[in-house]
Design a protein around this ligand. Sequence first.
Ligand code: ADP
Ligand code: MG
Length: 300
Amino acid sequence: MEQILIAKNLRKSFGDVEAVSNVDLTVFKGDIYGFLGPNGSGKSTTIRMILNLITPDEGEVFLFGQSNANHRKEVLRRIGSLIERPDFYNYLSAYQNLELLARYSGLKLSRKEIVEKLEIVDLHERADSKVKTFSQGMKQRLGIAQTLLHDPDLIILDEPVNGLDPQGIKDIRNLILHLNQTFGKTLIVSSHILREMELIANRMVVISKGKVIVEGEVLTLLESERQKLILITDNITSATTLLSQKFPHIIFERNKLDELIADLSAHEIPLINKELVNAGIGVKQLLVRNSLEDYFLHVT
Ligand code: ADP
Ligand code: MG
């Protein structure tokens, strides 16, 4: 599979602060690559090094098979990025803003071509509305339309859902999937909200304090995760006895709330439910903590 981005051993300090150390990343063509980490973990610094906005103290970035230090222009032409809140002229329309930005970048786009970009982000019906009438989510989508002006192969979005309301977050999520599935774009999307990434990313990296903690396929990372089961039944004594017999390798613990707690892997959960039902024990509640969010909390 074609590697779009390879970052090798990236390191960057600001004075005494080591913002990024030993970061290795690989992004393949067609990925929605989740770049996850709490605030201050080094996501934006890494993205700035990828985009050649700051120079790493150590390490290298290869984009489309070329070093971004030696082929800056060629490489950046194939990337669209949104790394800060987009800044638009409030008294100009969505269309006029994009037209200006296209011109600044030396692109000659027709009205039709610009409206096509607005259509991708579902703002074409508001093409001639002033940006000051836009919600935060609409401004963010306009920012994404801006990244599309030169039809890049790779799109990098730094915390694109930050500060948006639930509908705005949903719109951006769907837009990211649309760009990937309909237009074949490769995306790198950073976030500190893991649940958000879990819904869209196929591969991801988790960083903490500038270091990579885990990288790989989201499904694999989820599967390899030990899950926590919290079970409430109408007969905890029988349930404990039964399950301890049927699943001798799992440790079932009864807590003060009379819940049965166990660490196990995902495939065992339906088996446990089945045994309880077969034995006529009523399952009142069966909770599983299995999200990347929990995984993330666990590893950081
Ligand atoms: P994130 O994007 O994950 O929130 P950042 O990459 O912005 O993290 O920051 C990582 C660390 O580097 C933080 O401790 C931050 O304060 C520090 N940092 C980032 N940029 C600068 C800078 N220009 N000058 C000094 N410190 C910085
Ligand atoms: Mg940041």
